[in-house]
Write a protein that binds this ligand. Structure first.
Ligand code: G3H
Ligand code: ZN
Length: 286
């Protein structure tokens, strides 16, 4: 069934677990997320980024309809979320497309402008029943930018500033920079677990980890134990998808019907989804 992101995040937090949020690019991604979540019996979030909407000609409707349909039909609770939104117009189109939550991303702006833009987005969101996530600090690696120097000032999220930011914006969840970076194809990120614990103590709202594809299994379990709640995973699905397509094409040079290689690609993504969900009970369950 289709449920609200707010509900899944609150339940995960109360249980001391993480909830996985996977990025959707194609219909097969959505189908694979549902299949992988069903295999674990756990809920998940299907999220689509502003970049993916742009890839589909700037239209959210077709993918949103597919995601909602997949969520409705699933045996486990699935939520829809709009990810990394900078366009106020896209933000405001969320409810009409069935999205009850949005990550509004003003993280590239200086602090005061990030606060002002995010507070506006949150005010609008709460008037329209939309749960709003925002980011303070820079996770980096978006849109092909090189990974940031994780020790440069303003890159990692400062707990005191994060507490002030949460209060000033009224945000429902906070994405923080704790050592992960977007679009990593090797799982080599080292997280600052002490910082995660300090952020959890300082910030009253649930914490979100972006760029989780690059985080090793044990690090992800520790991050959940330390207090990360919503765990965003994108690139790992694409690594699985493209690897399966490449392997199939290499073995079947005469193939024409895309279903021949999309089926193994979808299966590979579903296995990846199940694997990541299995890490989010934290260290106690390892
Ligand atoms: O918002 C999406 C996530 O942060 C995904 O990052 O593609 O590096 O896993 P990733
Ligand atoms: Zn992200």
């Amino acid at each position: 069934p289709l449920v609200a992101t707010a509900e899944l995040v609150a339940a995960a937090r109360a249980a001391g677990r993480g909830v996985a949020a996977f990025n959707v690019i194609t219909l097969e991604h959505a189908e694979a997320i549902a299949a992988g979540a069903e295999a674990t019996g756990r809920p998940a979030v299907l999220q689509v980024s502003q970049n993916a909407v742009r890839f589909h000609g700037g239209r959210l409707g077709p993918l949103a309809a597919a995601m909602a349909e997949v969520a409705h039909a699933a045996d486990v609770p699935l939520a829809l979320h709009l990810d990394h939104v900078t366009s106020v117009e896209l933000l405001r189109s969320a409810p009409a497309h069935g999205f009850g939550s949005v990550m509004f991303d003003a993280s590239a702006l200086p602090y005061a402008r990030n606060v002002a833009a995010t507070a506006d987005a949150v005010r609008w969101g709460h008037e329209h029943g939309v749960w709003v996530e925002a980011e303070l600090g820079r996770v980096g690696g978006k849109d092909g930018e090189p990974p940031l120097d994780a020790h440069a000032p303003g890159v990692r999220t400062d707990p005191e500033e994060a507490a002030g930011y949460a209060a000033a914006t009224g945000v429902d969840a906070l994405a923080v920079a704790v050592g992960s970076s977007h679009a990593m194809t090797e799982r080599t990120a080292a997280l600052d677990h002490g910082l995660i614990r300090r952020l959890r103590r300082a910030v009253p709202v649930p914490l979100v980890l972006h760029g989780s594809s690059g985080v090793p299994d044990a690090e992800l379990r520790r991050a959940v134990t330390a207090g990360m709640v919503k765990i965003n995973i994108g690139t790992a699905l694409n690594t699985a998808f493209t690897g399966a397509v490449r392997a199939h094409l290499a073995g079947h040079p005469g193939v024409v019907d895309p279903r021949r290689y999309l089926a193994p690609a979808r299966d590979a993504m579903a296995r990846t989804v199940a694997h990541f969900i299995g890490l989010l009970d934290g260290e106690a369950a390892a």
